[in-house]
Design a protein. Structure first.
Length: 456
């Protein structure tokens, strides 16, 4: 293994790692690793990881075993793997991953603050210590059979001790003050900024953000993956790593400003849905007064929220004040009809009235969200997700991409959602996976009872 030194105070030869592992009979498919990072015989940090031996897990039990081990591995199993045998869902890894070989989930990697920046606080080179330690780990004989590795970049790992202590002391009050809210928001922003520094030591070792998640709006965008094909390449320089575009989660939409008239309207709508209003008979007067005072039915998200909680009475009332709300879009381009279609996929279609009401009021079936999907596509995709979840929980085969709703009420619902101009490419199951870097695994069960009659 050849590793280049980068004219730093700390180089490869100064770093050693001590790998210890533990097998627990109760978690026989999982081997926990503890890696101590030493610089000139002084402790400089540690890595905690777990090896998952997919080949030993009985077919059909991968998701269940991952769920039993921890919430983190359960989440990763849903995001990155198919649920039966633990095959990768990422096209970028399909040529190099092998479900008969283990994969490694690196849970945490911490380099002590005094060993960062190579001894120079102002250095742009964040941590050769972490880079070289990770390099030695990925080439350790104990990991010779590992096919792929996963890490979720975490800004907390790049914090100073003082910053981390501040985060540990974050207010847990149910009713934080404005100052506490501002401090919490600033800390969250700082954590995300530091994700890049934490990621650099992995990028230099061949890890990368898969395109399927790189622009995701949530923590999935912080996922870094690699195979032995990637981490056996020469180590990357810090300057080269800094040229790589790193995508962090998009800022969360904050909704209406705190204590604004729109926020008050949204709160009333939520409380009505949860029946926490102390005097429900006065709810309509309260809503009317807020709108009269300037609250927006759409900008407050009150209308989308009323649709999402299936509050037909509130939807009817709000629509009377703003008929244009029927096709208003939220930050992701979702119309109320799209929200209703998504919710309906997990409900009893025979009892759902929201979609029919919105359509009767003139909701457009042709409007698309930011991904090009209509309400029709929203329903189909959410229905497929619901079927996958159900089949996995029941131990049955996953639905194929050709599966379609088969109950009469479901068929009727999707037929009335078909856009007047026809479904878009993004509407069709399999399109998202085929065009976003995901592998589509068809059911290998000979008794696949999916309904394939007709096009909806």
């Amino acid at each position: 293994m050849e590793v280049t030194n980068f004219n730093s105070d700390i180089n490869q030869d100064d770093i050693e790692i001590k790998v210890s592992h533990e097998n627990d009979a109760e978690i026989r498919y999982f081997t926990e690793l503890r890696v101590d990072i030493m610089v000139k015989n002084e402790e400089a940090g540690h890595i905690n990881a777990v090896l998952i031996d997919r080949s030993d897990i009985p077919y059909g039990y991968f998701l269940s075993e991952m769920d039993d081990y921890s919430a983190d591995t359960q989440w990763l199993s849903v995001v990155l793997f198919e649920p039966k045998a633990g095959r990768t869902r990422l096209k970028s890894l399909i040529e190099h991953d092998d479900s008969t070989r283990p994969f490694m989930y690196i849970k945490t990697m911490e380099v002590h603050p005094e060993f960062r920046h190579n001894g120079h606080e102002g250095s742009s080179s964040y941590s050769n210590v972490g880079t070289f330690a990770l390099r030695k780990l990925m080439h350790h004989p104990f990991l010779s059979d590992v096919a792929t590795a996963i890490y979720v970049a975490d800004g907390c790992e790049a914090m100073s001790r003082a910053e981390r202590e501040d985060c540990d002391q974050d207010s847990t009050s149910l009713y934080p003050t404005d100052e506490e809210k501002a401090q919490l928001e600033a800390r969250r922003s700082r954590v995300q900024q530091l994700c890049r520094k934490d990621a650099n030591q992995f990028l230099r070792n061949g890890f990368f953000q898969d395109k399927a998640y790189a622009t995701s709006s949530d923590v999935q965008s912080n996922i870094l993956v690699a195979s032995d094909y990637h981490w056996t390449k020469p180590i990357m320089s810090q300057s080269a790593a800094e040229q790589i575009t790193f995508h962090g989660p998009s800022p969360e939409s904050k909704g209406p400003a705190e204590d604004s008239i729109d926020a008050k309207l949204l709160k009333v709508v939520k409380e009505h849905a949860s029946e926490t209003m102390t005097n429900t008979n006065s709810i309509w007067n309260v809503v009317r007064n807020l709108i009269t005072q300037g609250a927006s039915v759409t900008q407050s998200r009150a209308f989308h929220t009323a649709v999402a909680v299936n509050d037909l009475n509130m939807v009817t009332f709000l629509l009377g004040f703003d008929p244009k709300a029927i096709d208003a879009c939220d930050d992701s381009g979702n119309t109320p009809l799209m929200v209703a279609a998504t919710i309906a996929a997990g409900l009893n279609a025979e009892t759902n009235q929201m979609i029919e009401f919105l359509l009767a009021k003139g909701a457009s079936k042709d409007k698309c969200d930011s991904s090009g999907m209509t309400a029709y596509g929203k329903y189909l995709h959410q229905w497929m997700e619901f079927q996958l979840m159900t089949s996995t929980m029941m131990g049955g085969p996953p639905p194929s991409s050709s599966s379609r709703p088969s109950r009469p009420a479901e068929i009727r619902l999707i037929r009335i959602l078909v856009p007047d101009s026809g479904p878009t490419d993004a509407d069709m199951p399999g399109f998202e996976e085929a065009n976003s870097g995901f592998v589509v695994y068809e059911s290998d069960d000979d008794n696949d009872d999916s309904n394939d009659d007709g096009d909806y």
